[in-house]
Structures are given as C-alpha cells and as structure tokens.
Design a protein around this ligand. Structure first.
Ligand code: FMN
Length: 207
C-alpha cells in the first residue's frame, strides 16, 4: 500500500457538536503531513438498541463501516465525556468489533483519543483512559501528547498528556481556545507522522 492509499480514521460520536469540532481540527493536523484523514461517526443508540435514526446522517460525517475501521492505517477516537466515561453509542460500536479483534486487523496500528466535557474537571482524563482500554485489547499502539507541546503547560482549558480535550462549558457555548485547538492539530499530526515512520521503518526490515 502506498502512502497515498493510507488514511487515518478519525472516528467520533458527538451529540452537540463540540467533539465534532475537535475531530475536524485533528483531521487538519493529519492532513498537514500529506496523509488523508477519513472522518466517520456512529449513530445514537436507543434504549432497546434498535436503530433510531436514518441510515445516512442528515449532516456531517457519515457512519463508520467495518471496512473503514479494518483498512485504516491509524485511528483517532473521540467522544463526549459521559459520567467520566465514553458515550454509549461509541462503546456500542466498539463492542461490535469482535471480528476485527479476532483477525488482528488493528494490531500494531497507531491510535490516539480525544474528548469534550461540560466542566473543566468533569472527567476528561478518566474518559481518555477508558477509551484507550479497548484499543489496547485490539493491539493498537497508543500515542498521547508530549510536554514538548508548550500548550500542555500553558493551557487554562483542556489538553492532557493522554490525548486532546476540550472544556465546552455547561451550555456547550465555549469554543475551542487556541491551546485546545493547537493540541488537537498536534495530536493528528503526531499520529500521522508516527504512522508514516512505522511504514518507512517496516520497509527496511529484512523479511
Ligand atoms: C448523560 C451525560 C453525561 C455527561 N457527563 C459528563 C461528565 O461526567 N463530565 C462533564 O464534564 N460533562 C459531562 N457531560 C457533558 C458533555 O460531556 C459535554 O456537554 C460535551 O461537551 C458534549 O460534547 P458534544 O458537543 O460533542 O456532544 C455529560 C452529558 C450527558 C448528556
């Protein structure tokens, strides 16, 4: 597979749009490296887990297919924080990936995570860590954000070494500030560069 055919999947759930904004900034960071980003979302789930929405979303990213996930070169996974954890629609989607797990389809691929919260200390880090757990079971190579990004120490909003985060405020009206936005772009760029370096290195390993 050539670099042109590779893509980083940015897979997220967003009910009110804050996590979706982060996804678009992460995609900007990925595409800065010359690698395509593929933005995908997941449908909401109803109490009885039956489909409650049209098969194609009315706006924004389309729903993620199994092939979108199987064929990605890397994954950046995003969710709003819900009670300190990822949102059920994303967890529901991930719980349906057993066949990819059995086949090892995601093993040895880079991955990273991002989240948005209403309150500043409302569980960003616990959510990010919880999102990393299934990715580790899939054998993915987790990337966080290093403190060489100055925004990590300067931020008065979101931004963690475990992944990108955003404090959207109680009414969701607080936009991404410059530090949060820079860290979203940095995370996307980091995952894309790691992916390219892994593939370049693999090309030099004798078979
Ligand atoms: C059921 C539920 C639980 C939530 N739990 C938390 C929480 O634990 N901590 C927090 O700060 N915000 C919490 N929120 C708020 C969302 O995380 C926040 O509004 C987020 O920015 C929404 O992202 P979105 O705009 O992408 O949907 C919760 C929201 C809902 C609906």
């Amino acid at each position: 597979m050539s670099n042109a055919e590779r893509y980083v999947l940015v897979l997220y759930y967003s009910r009110h749009g804050a996590t979706a904004k982060m996804a678009r900034l992460i995609a900007e960071g990925i595409e800065k490296t010359g690698m395509p980003a593929r933005l995908r979302t997941v449908p909401s789930v109803s109490a009885d887990t039956q489909a409650s929405q049209p098969a194609v979303p009315e706006q924004g990213a389309v729903y993620c297919s199994e092939d979108d996930l199987r064929n990605c070169s890397a994954l950046v996974l995003g969710s709003p924080t819900r009670f300190g954890n990822m949102a059920a629609p994303l967890k529901y989607f991930i719980d349906g990936t057993s066949s990819l797990w059995l086949a090892g389809s995601l093993a040895n691929k880079p991955a990273a995570v991002f989240t948005s919260t209403a309150s500043l200390h409302g569980g960003q880090e616990s959510t990010l860590l919880s999102m990393q757990l299934p990715l580790m079971h899939h054998g993915m190579l987790l990337a966080g954000l290093p403190y060489t990004n100055p925004e990590l120490t300067e931020t008065r909003g979101g931004g963690t070494p475990y992944g990108a985060s955003h404090h959207a405020g109680a009414d969701g009206a607080r936009g991404l500030d410059k530090h949060e936005a820079a860290l979203c772009r940095a995370l996307g760029e980091r995952v894309a560069l790691l992916t390219q370096q892994l593939h370049a290195g693999a090309a030099h390993v004798p078979s």
